[in-house]
Structures are given as structure tokens and as C-alpha cells.
Design a protein around this ligand. Structure first.
Ligand code: ADP
Length: 540
């Protein structure tokens, strides 16, 4: 027996139409690349997006063709998300922090013919354009007055000109909900990057699930600041879930330092912000050295790599800001799990509540999780057994773009993360499989050691890697960036682990460094660190 409900395909254009109709005067504020601020509303943004969708027809794109962006978080990037995806093309967001060769490789792989970019990235575009055979239109995301001149790229199209010249009348087409609206490539630290195509349907379902109260709890009363870039996994879906909730959006442009972010938060009365731990570390350091507070910020979602418990405590105890620790991946659109308290946790002492919040949390509705051993057999949810985390759900990848072989194993996506799951369903990441340290046959979690080290008052950033050892195969090595003006010796830091972890897990050595290498997505570059320090304990 069929249900008797309407068949309405889930299309991303519906989100923008909804935000226009029901939250039309709610603002979208962007820090401009050209300097100053740009203010618009969901209604005006919808009008301009219809103009942009009309303007796109001048490029003669086929349905499903890729349109690439190299851009910061700003209103024009948001217009592109909806104009491209809503009109049946695929927005290919590119991380400008990747190497030019990697960017050219991706553009050649996605075969994008049109590239939209912020003026910041002109030198990058000059370097890659000759190597991207499919590219034939370059659009600079600015007004005529700010158009750059390039001897190497004589034909540059001006974004504002093509938008201004286009009609505001555009009917959003009804698209197959399984057709693609976006593509993002994994960063490809091992091998070539792989393209993840997001469907219209997956994007809408992900927006619904991530907006729920026990997920990101998005509302029309929120002022949302996605610091997480729109060039990486759709800024965790916030450009879509903010429209679904009718929230005000604040887009930080290129200014991601602590001072700029703090000013923006205070000025625009941000209630909810999202970012990776390394960004918040800069912000918290600024707040502590300047003695400033967050007067409107209520909660922040932190993910992308493990959020150190000390960061959760600082946000909560010093600033009254709730931290939502979340786990996700490019292959999951990206949200998979979030850590929020259940009713029965509310009566627990603060320290026990904190233990729950330190985990990566429970699956959000739509995502199924399990952990398996090396044979693929499911492990118990006892909070102790650890194995590879497997997931499935309507916004989890089935196949990478252009690769026939599916990554799935028995219908589940192997995440490459090693985790435990407790009896309440709270998942905790022990490590990426490749970052786990195996010493004398025992596994050591680098994340656990980093979390302890980060709690030391002198430590700004900590990373633990496994380095080859003649007797134990591998031993943990701790690298530390100290807080400005703070002092701590190697011995003091090593002693700090006493009683917190098993003796065999205490790092063999500590190296102090000015900075840690970061990947293009703001995570500590462990592969590079392992290469740099591979002969630290065993001259090779
Ligand atoms: P990449 O960094 O390779 O571009 P993603 O951004 O998709 O890819 O990163 C996904 C990975 O980031 C996860 O598989 C996991 O290892 C790590 N990760 C994400 N969130 C967390 C978290 N809260 N705690 C620990 N690790 C996390």
C-alpha cells in the first residue's frame, strides 16, 4: 500500500525560498574582502541569487556541470551555493590552502569550466589557470571598482556586473532529489584527493538533522557565525541549516584572527559559532591576554579534530559558553555525532558531565554507527572495546566521484577512525587509525595524551606522534607550543602525566617548538611531524 502524500523532491532552492518568505528581513552580514562590512537579508539574497542563476546561463552550462569557487565565507559565496545547486549545477568549493598542484588536479578532475574567486586568490588563479584545461571562464567576486588587472589572465568577468545585468525573475526548477548540488574533495593526505558529491536530498536531510535541539539547536533567534570555511564540507552545512532555521548569518570573510573574530561576535551579537579547535585556541588566547569577554555568545560547535577538554572547560567556566563537541567527515556531509547531555546527566556533578561532553557524542538521527574489530566483527558498546568506526545513513557517501569501486564494506562506510562506544551510545574517538601508536604490542591514543598535555597551564598547543623505537617499535613523542611568556620544563610536562595515564603511555620525550604544521583544514599535520621526527629516538 502506497502512502498518499505528495511527491515533492527535496531541493536546496526550497531552503532559500523558505528563508525569504518566512524570515525575509533577517540579516546576513559579511566582512568584505574589499574592507568594511556588507549587510543584506535573506530576501535580498534570494533576489540576487535568482539574478546570479540567470547570469549563469551565459556560460552555457549543462545540468550537473561543476562550477568552482575559491572564496572566503561571504554573501557572494552564499549566493553561489544556492544559484549553482538550486539551478541543477554542482558547486565545487575548493580549499585555497591546498597546494596549487592539488587545486589544479581537482579542477582537472571535476572538469569545472567556470571558476568564481575572491580577489585575494588572483595570484593563485594565475598560477593554476594554465594547467586547468577545462576552465574557460574566470569570474572575480567583486564590483567593477575593485576589479584587479592581470597581465596573465586578460579576460576576467566581474561578478557584480553580471548579477546586476540579469533579470530578478527566475523559476527554481524542480530537480531530481538524488541529483548533485555540491562537491568537496577530501584533502588527500594519502594519495590523490577524492570527490564527494552531495545530493539535494542528502543536503536537506542533513540540514534538518543538524538543526535539531540535541544536535546544533538552530533557531530563528540565533545569530550564527560559521568560522569553519565554506570551502570545506559546506561549512558543516550551516549555509543550509541557517536558512532552514531562519537564523541571522554572520560571515567572517578572510579575517580569522582572535581580535577580528571577537569584534565581529560582539558587534553582531553572535549567539552561536562553529570552528575547529585551532581557530578557537587563537580566539581564547586573545580573550585571555586582552581580558575581554563574550557578552552574547551562548554556544559553540567544535569539531574537525578532537576538542581538548581544557578548551571545553575554559569556554564554559570562564565565558559561560556551552561547547558542543561534534564529529564528522567530508564523506558525511559532514555531521555524524554530537555530544549533548541527556536528562539524567543533569543531576551529575560538573566533572562527570564534563566527561560526557568530552566524548564525540551520540549519533544524530539518520546516522547509524558501529565499531568493528580487524575481522569486521562488531564490538560491544561498553566504552572500553575499541575498533574501527563504521557508519551508514542517507547523507553518507556511497561512491566517490569518478571511482567505480565503492568504499563501502557490507553496506557501511569505514571511517578510518578508531573509537569506543559506551552503553549510552556515546562515541569517543581514540585516534585516526594511522595516528594510533603501537608500543610493545600495546595501543596508545595520541588524542588522550594531547588532551592531558593541553590541560597544563603553560601549554598552548600539543601534538603527540609515534616515532620508531629500537625496542618498542614505536614510542610517543610530545611536541608543545608554549603560551606566550609561559614556562615549563620537559621534566615537568612528563611528570604531569603521572597518575593520569598508564606508565607505558607516558611520552618518551618532549620537544618545544614555535608552531606546529597545520593541514589545509587546520588540523595538526601529523604525517609531516612523523617525517620530521622519525629518527628522534632511533637514528635511522
Ligand atoms: P580531512 O581533514 O582529511 O580533509 P575531514 O575534514 O573530512 O577530512 O576530516 C574527518 C576526520 O577528522 C575524521 O575522520 C576524524 O579523524 C577527524 N575528526 C573530525 N571531528 C573530530 C572530533 N570531534 N574528534 C576527533 N577527530 C575528529
Amino acid at each position: 500500500m502506497q502512502g498518499s502524500m505528495m511527491q515533492m523532491p527535496l531541493n536546496v532552492s526550497a531552503l532559500l525560498q523558505y528563508a525569504d518568505r518566512h524570515h525575509g528581513d533577517t540579516e546576513i552580514v559579511s566582512r568584505r574582502v574589499e574592507g568594511g562590512f556588507h549587510r543584506t537579508t535573506w530576501r535580498e539574497l534570494h533576489t540576487r541569487t535568482r539574478q546570479l542563476a540567470n547570469a549563469l546561463t551565459m556560460f552555457g552550462l549543462e545540468p550537473g556541470e561543476r562550477v568552482a569557487t575559491l572564496a572566503w565565507n561571504g554573501h557572494r559565496h552564499l549566493e553561489l551555493y544556492y544559484a549553482v545547486g538550486g539551478s541543477g549545477k554542482v558547486v565545487h568549493t575548493i580549499n585555497p590552502r591546498l597546494l596549487p598542484e592539488q587545486i589544479a588536479w581537482m579542477l582537472n578532475h571535476s572538469q569545472a569550466r567556470v571558476l568564481f574567486f575572491d580577489t585575494t586568490f588572483l595570484p593563485l588563479v594565475e598560477a593554476i589557470a594554465p594547467h586547468c584545461k577545462a576552465l574557460d571562464h574566470l569570474v572575480v567576486m567583486t564590483a567593477r571598482a575593485h576589479m584587479p588587472v592581470s597581465a596573465k589572465l586578460p579576460i576576467l568577468v566581474c561578478y557584480e556586473e553580471i548579477v546586476d545585468a540579469a533579470s530578478t525573475y527566475f523559476e527554481w526548477p524542480e530537480l531530481d532529489e538524488n541529483s548533485a548540488c555540491g562537491i568537496c574533495y577530501t584533502s588527500g593526505t594519502t594519495g590523490n584527493p577524492k570527490g564527494v558529491l552531495y545530493s539535494q536530498r542528502a543536503t536537506i536531510l542533513h540540514a534538518y538533522a543538524s538543526a535539531l535541539p540535541d544536535a546544533l539547536c538552530m533557531s530563528s533567534r540565533d545569530v550564527v557565525l560559521p568560522v569553519v570555511p565554506m570551502f570545506h564540507v559546506n561549512a558543516w552545512g550551516l549555509p543550509y541549516s541557517a536558512a532552514l532555521a531562519g537564523a541571522k548569518l554572520v560571515l567572517p570573510g578572510p579575517a580569522l584572527d582572535g581580535k577580528s573574530l571577537h569584534e565581529l561576535m560582539e558587534y553582531e551579537r553572535v549567539t552561536f559559532a562553529a570552528g575547529v579547535p585551532t581557530i578557537w585556541q587563537g580566539l581564547l588566547q586573545y580573550a585571555s591576554t586582552q581580558g575581554v569577554r563574550f557578552t552574547t555568545l551562548r554556544r559553540t560547535v567544535i569539531g574537525g579534530s578532537a576538542c581538548p577538554p581544557s578548551m571545553i572547560r575554559t569556554f564554559e567556566q570562564e565565558h559561560g559558553v556551552e561547547v558542543i563537541h561534534a564529529w564528522g567527515m567530508t564523506e558525511l556531509s559532514p555531521l555524524g555525532a554530537v555530544s549533548r547531555l541527556k536528562a539524567r546527566h543533569l543531576g551529575l556533578p560538573k566533572a562527570d558531565q564534563q566527561k560526557v561532553l568530552e566524548k564525540q557524542g551520540h549519533a544524530i538521527f539518520g546516522i547509524d554507527m558501529k565499531i568493528v574489530d580487524e575481522q569486521g566483527d562488531e564490538l560491544p558498546w561498553d566504552g572500553k572495546a575499541f575498533g574501527e568506526l563504521m557508519v551508514r545513513g542517507p547523507w553518507v557517501i556511497e561512491k566517490y566521484f569518478g571511482i567505480d569501486e565503492s568504499p563501502l564494506q557490507g553496506g557501511w562506510f569505514p571511517t578510518g577512525d578508531v573509537a569506543t562506544i559506551d552503553a549510552d551510545g556515546y562515541m569517543q574517538i581514540t585516534d585516526r587509525a594511522k595516528d594510533l601508536i603501537k608500543s610493545g604490542g600495546e595501543w596508545i591514543s595520541s588524542i588522550e595524551l594531547e588532551n592531558h598535555a593541553a590541560a597544563h597551564p603553560a601549554v598552548a598547543l600539543a601534538a603527540v606522534i609515534g616515532v620508531p623505537h629500537p625496542k618498542w617499535d614505536e614510542r610517543p613523542l610530545l611536541l608543545v607550543v608554549k603560551k606566550p611568556g609561559a614556562e615549563a620544563s620537559r621534566e615537568e610536562l612528563l611528570k604531569f602525566f603521572d597518575g593520569k595515564v598508564a606508565r607505558f603511555a607516558i611520552p618518551d620525550d618532549v620537544l618545544f617548538t614555535e608552531a606546529l604544521p597545520l593541514t589545509a583544514t587546520g588540523k595538526v599535520h601529523k604525517l609531516k611531524l612523523r617525517e620530521q621526527h622519525r629518527s628522534h629516538l632511533m637514528p635511522l
